[in-house]
Ligand binder design. Structure first.
Ligand code: CA
Length: 221
């Protein structure tokens, strides 16, 4: 019927939410609590977290990295998709955000699977490589400062195992990537990563118009 992705107007989006979301009460409570938060738009959309959860379970992932935690909604959903002995390394610059996230993870009963790393994410990722963890992660989700994306990409590729997935949120920047008038540094960095992903023969690649645009790259074996 359609050769291109449809536009989601409000009724269709509402239908999608009502007829597909399987949020637990604590996930819903966290999302509702962030409704009026001044930075609430930093939170990953619930349908996207559910997609990440399906991918994790399909891969039987047990080792995950998140770059950009905010108040913990996406990490909570991903941690719930891991086995009991799974590990999610959660990287964020802000100790304040991490403290809020940890309270929510405690309440959701997933804190034992999450290892918080506060500080610049590039430093945390480099430290993991130095600690001998290259090639040991199944899945990486990046939703952080866009100017860091090209660097997170190169560090992330080192940490992934073959056929692992490296994913990036906000690749469409609310449509700004396609507007030639827009040249802020975040949009420029996002375009830089998009060009790299398209041309990079180290990965299989798909850019998906879910949420604000989700790039999925699989490290070729
Ligand atoms: Ca985001």
């Amino acid at each position: 019927m359609s050769r291109r992705t449809i536009q989601l107007d409000m009724p269709v989006h509402q239908w999608l939410m009502t007829h597909s979301l399987r949020e637990t009460p604590i996930q819903r409570e966290l999302r509702d609590a962030m409704e009026g938060h001044p930075e609430g738009e930093m939170q990953t959309s619930p349908e996207q977290v559910q997609l990440l959860s399906v991918l994790l379970k399909t891969m039987q992932a047990s080792r995950v990295i998140e770059v950009g935690v905010f108040t913990g909604y996406s990490a909570m959903g991903m941690a719930m998709a891991l086995p009991d002995d799974g590990v999610l390394v959660a990287c964020d610059l802000s100790p304040e955000h991490m403290a809020v996230a940890q309270e929510w993870w405690d309440r959701a009963g997933v804190s034992d699977r999450i290892q918080p790393r506060v500080g610049p994410a590039a430093d945390s990722l480099a430290a993991m490589i130095d600690a001998g963890e290259a090639g040991t992660y199944d899945f990486i989700y990046v939703d952080a400062d866009k100017t860091g994306y090209p660097e997170y990409y190169e560090l992330g590729l080192q940490l992934l195992r073959p056929r692992g997935l490296l994913t990036f949120d906000n690749m469409l920047r609310g449509g700004r990537v396609a507007d030639p008038e827009v040249d802020d540094e975040s949009t420029v960095a996002t375009r830089e990563l998009a060009a790299k992903l398209l041309a990079d023969d180290r990965v299989e690649y798909s850019l998906n118009p879910i949420g604000d645009g989700l790039a999925i790259a699989m490290l070729r074996p």
